[in-house]
Write a protein that binds this ligand. Structure first.
Ligand SMILES: Nc1ncnc2c1ncn2[C@@H]1O[C@H](COP(=O)(O)OP(=O)(O)OP(=O)(O)O)[C@@H](O)[C@H]1O
Length: 362
């Protein structure tokens, strides 16, 4: 038996010349992103979780249930999973409704607690129900494939780069659906991707893989802001926040969002009060000042303490900040020159100037 609240996997073995030795534990809720470069073994881990790939040295426990260990191997059709592949393979002779009904196989509700109509609504499928798959765009096909997987009573949803076969505009169209869906779903999702944008939009937990091994596992934000890991030192480093809408100023089109003690004002269209909203603050969008600037156009200026300063490449320094009103840590990517001029050291109290906060549409 494993801890009921977790998913624990460990697979070891070789496939041709590829050697896999991947083990991790993740909460059995929310989205866990399995992230890494092409060929690092993400799909192989996912296929092993589904029972489609069998390593003799394998272990898979989901929410207190053993699917594989040294003695036991549950075949794929007995595992309560929904599997979404890179390219949707729909039944060509069935309409969208028929494809979805095939997933549901007579059941009114899926294991995720979602009824047929809810899935149709969440994925925006109502206008497509009578269409044949050949008349769907790539993004629409993928939405139907996700709907079909959800309606098959899954207790775990496995998604293998579901957006990678789509063009940029289809990807942008489908991401908000995925965000709404994963925010609404009770069921855990393992989401394979090599795209950090998707991780930042969807995941709560990150499993970073390289060369068949797991390099780091943990809450996304913790890994993003750890200067010992590559994420924080990257040019496009960022932190993600899950904030709640506290108020909305319709006159100026500004929402106030809160997480912990952190309060941010963000220009956007109207948002319902109390809604959870994912925000992204890029390290390159945070500047530092010793004293609060006078007459600035920047909306978010927060007092903060420097936790650490780490070189990030030739010209930049990565500063990890703790806003003094508490809440999540922030990152600032500054030039080496500014670091020297301001003579910054850990423990300094200063002002973080947040030039921009990205808010993903829901
Ligand atoms: N059946 C197999 N026989 C031999 N080698 C295999 C087999 N399946 C996968 N591999 C190899 O295992 C490695 C990992 O493949 P895998 O598809 O799991 O990686 P990935 O991280 O998902 O990459 P991608 O994003 O490109 O799909 C690759 O080098 C692949 O060529």
């Amino acid at each position: 038996m494993s801890d009921p609240g977790t998913i624990a996997v460990g697979f070891r073995g070789t496939l041709g010349r590829f050697r896999l030795d991947a083990r991790f534990e993740t909460p059995a809720r929310g989205v866990t992103a399995l992230f890494g470069p092409s060929g690092c073994g993400k799909t192989t881990v996912l296929r092993s979780m589904a029972g489609l790939q069998r390593f003799a040295d394998g272990m898979c426990r989901v929410n207190g249930e053993t699917w594989q260990d040294g003695a036991l191997f549950r075949p794929p059709h007995t595992r309560p999973i929904g599997y979404v592949f890179q390219e949707a393979s729909l039944f060509a002779h069935l309409s969208v409704r028929g494809n979805l009904r095939f997933g549901a196989r007579g059941s009114a509700r899926s294991g995720a607690g979602l009824a047929f109509d809810e899935v149709v609504d969440l994925l925006g499928l109502a206008p497509l129900l009578d269409r044949a798959p050949r008349h769907l765009s790539g993004g629409e096909r993928q939405r139907v494939a996700i709907g079909r997987a959800l309606l098959s009573h899954p207790r775990l949803l496995l998604m293998d780069e579901p957006l990678s076969a789509l063009d940029r505009s289809s990807r942008d169209e489908i991401l908000p659906f995925l965000e709404r869906l994963t925010a609404r779903l009770a069921l855990p999702v393992i989401y394979v991707t090599h795209d950090m944008t998707e991780v930042e939009r969807l995941a709560e937990t990150l499993v970073a893989m390289r060369d068949g091994r797991v390099q780091s596992v943990g809450p996304l934000r913790q890994l993003q802001s750890d200067p010992a890991l590559p994420f924080a030192l990257a040019r496009d480093a960022a932190v993600t926040l899950d904030a709640v809408v506290e108020s909305y100023d319709a006159e100026y089109g500004l929402a106030t969002l809160v997480e912990g003690g952190l309060r941010l004002v963000v220009p956007c269209s109207a948002l319902p009060l109390g809604q959870r909203q994912r925000l992204r603050i890029a390290a390159a969008d945070v500047s530092l000042a010793r004293v609060p600037p006078q007459g600035s156009t920047i909306l978010n200026i927060l007092p903060a303490e420097i936790l650490s300063i780490t070189p990030a490449g030739e010209q930049a320094m990565l500063v990890v900040l703790q806003p003094s009103l508490n809440g999540p840590t922030l990152l600032a990517r500054i030039t080496r020159l500014s670091w020297k001029r301001l003579d910054l050291v850990p423990g300094d109290q200063l002002q973080a100037l947040i030039k921009s906060v990205a808010l993903a549409p829901r």
